[in-house]
Write a protein that binds this ligand. Structure first.
Ligand code: AMP
Ligand code: ZN
Length: 122
């Protein structure tokens, strides 16, 4: 990924560092989850690694434990936040994938969805 997708000016790294506030729902040493600022459904949280990884395409085998942890945590958070019956998980990757914030994040979306702009951006 290019230098402008590095950690220094990264919005979500700033949230991890506490330089920008967020509405946190979960945090441990490796990951952070917080409510999306522009929710597309009654439940819409973002689960991020604290490690700056610009996109899923920047991951490699060393990230398998971290990514596995995030996937396993997603249903637990969805359940605890009221979407025990089902939810969507979305990772947008790169410009073509509609990604706006270049710090890997897993959307956890529960309840009726309003068509997200992320799916209509071209
Ligand atoms: P993506 O299009 O997958 O990169 O999604 C980026 C998401 O980050 C969007 O759903 C935004 O609403 C959300 N977002 C942007 N800024 C913030 C913020 N400061 N706090 C919480 N969510 C944010
Ligand atoms: Zn970052």
């Amino acid at each position: 990924m290019s230098a402008d997708h590095g950690p220094d000016n990264c919005l979500f790294c700033k949230i991890v560092r506490g330089q920008i506030s967020s509405n946190k729902v979960f945090e441990d040493d490796d990951v952070l989850a917080f409510h999306d600022i522009d929710p597309v459904a009654p439940l819409h949280v973002l689960l991020i690694p604290k490690l700056h990884l610009a996109t899923l395409a920047d991951s490699d085998s060393t990230h398998e434990p971290l990514l596995g942890k995030m996937l396993v945590l997603a249903p637990r958070l969805a359940r605890e936040l009221g979407s025990a019956d089902g939810f969507r998980t979305i990772i947008n990757t790169g410009r073509i994938g509609g990604q706006e914030v270049y710090h890997l994040h897993l959307h956890i979306i529960g309840g009726p969805v309003r068509l997200p702009a992320m799916l209509t951006r071209g």
